[in-house]
Design a protein. Structure first.
Ligand SMILES: [Zn+2]
Length: 399
């Protein structure tokens, strides 16, 4: 690295540090900024002027101060650009556009049919962005189930979408001409909660999402733990020997025994309701139709529905108990589409897990329930775009 190169690098790092501090503090005056970053007030003043000129930050209001001149507060210019976020679900896209604060400017749920064709999906996304005609795109976040290579922009394995080594980032980049970041959907869910949801105040936590798939992730020391890539596939721990066949190729995984499809099939096998049998035969393997089927089951055969959800509460309880014994988390955050039916299982699952966990580990866990809803699947990806495009310093490029 040359000396000139490193001077530029230091300037760049200082600039990003200031941006990040303003972003995290939401609003801050110049003197506090110098204190927080450890930079001299001269450096802060110079960098802040340049950032205002670039349109990345703006001055606003005055902070409370006793006596003397009130300092001016700085905050991120939330309208500097917009960010597109997409969750590719089973049969649908959940898509939103936000500003730099993560405030939602537009959102929509678009069905794409039974086959998750990457080219068709990229065209649907392109059309949506053209219709919305929002501010210029700073970047795009795409959340999918399964494992991704964020650096190469490749979906390595998404069993639910039936994707293997799909170069999805370059497909989207081709039609929308903005940087694209791929992220696992449960990781996105978790980062969203660390940013502006239920995990803001926790250092060590687990996340488990229940729906068509069962996903998980871990927070260690306030950060998402990714292991060697792909950590937290709680849905694929074996819980029944030689059980149902799973989308991952194994048998008896938690997801195969307690995903929506397993619940629907159990109801179909046991019910005597002709309407339900008929509905199951016409049932498509999509998350929306699975939820509709379960709702119909509650209406048509409440007894069987409740029995199946009783068993479900037990299976989920076992899984959570095992996770508590391994991780001893401060908090377990539960999310996913199954929360729509939470009154039929959640309390029982938590009670079982708390009682059955080792020693007093269960009593020490605080359970939190998702409050961001479907937005969480995308907001974490949007945070990642902000981080990479606004705060991150590319040392290779600068060196
Ligand atoms: Zn599996």
């Amino acid at each position: 690295m040359s000396i000139i190169g490193s001077r530029e690098l230091i300037r760049d790092i200082n600039e990003k540090t200031i941006l990040k501090t303003i972003f995290l503090e939401k609003q801050i005056d110049r003197a506090s900024l110098a204190r927080k970053t450890g930079l001299s007030s001269g450096t802060v003043t110079k960098i802040v002027s340049s950032l205002i000129q670039k349109g990345l930050i703006v001055e606003m209001g005055e902070s409370d101060s006793t006596g003397g001149r009130k300092p001016i507060l700085l905050c991120i210019n939330k309208d500097y650009g917009s960010i597109l976020g997409v969750k590719v679900g089973v049969g649908y896209l959940y898509i939103m556009i936000t500003n730099l604060n993560g405030d939602v400017l537009a959102k929509s749920r678009l069905d794409y049919g039974e086959e998750a064709d990457p080219i068709n999906i990229s065209n649907i996304i392109k059309n949506y962005v053209e219709e919305q005609n929002k501010n210029s795109l700073v970047g795009i976040a795409v959340a999918v189930s399964g494992t991704v290579d964020p650096v190469k922009g490749v979906v390595l394995d998404s069993f639910l979408l039936n994707w293997k080594n799909v170069k999805f980032a370059s497909l989207i980049k081709k039609v929308l001409k903005a940087p694209v970041y791929l992220i696992n959907d449960v990781d996105s869910f978790t980062i969203a909660h660390l940013w502006k949801g239920k995990l803001v105040n926790y250092k060590n936590a687990l996340v488990i999402t229940l729906g068509t798939g069962i996903g998980g992730s871990m927070v260690v020391d306030g950060e998402l733990y990714t292991g060697n890539g792909g950590a937290g596939e709680f849905g694929h721990m074996t819980i029944i020997d030689k059980g149902n066949k799973c989308s991952c190729g194994n048998q008896g995984c938690l997801e195969a025994e307690a995903g929506f499809d397993a619940l629907a099939t159990k109801i179909y096998e046991r019910t005597k309701s002709i309407a339900l049998k008929e509905a199951y035969r016409n049932y498509k393997n999509l998350e929306t139709s699975q939820i509709d089927f379960l709702k119909l089951a509650l209406k048509e055969d409440e007894k069987i529905f409740k029995k199946v959800f009783d068993e479900y509460s037990y299976i989920i309880g076992i899984a959570i108990k095992n996770l508590i014994n391994i991780y001893a988390p401060e908090c377990i955050l539960i999310g996913g589409e199954a929360l729509e039916f939470s009154q039929y299982f959640l309390e029982k699952s938590i009670k079982f897990a708390k009682t059955a966990a080792f020693g007093n580990l269960g009593e020490r866990v605080t359970f939190e329930i998702d409050n961001l809803g479907a937005d969480a699947w995308i907001l974490g990806g949007i945070y990642k775009v902000i981080q990479e495009e606004i705060f991150y310093v590319d040392i290779q490029k600068n060196g």
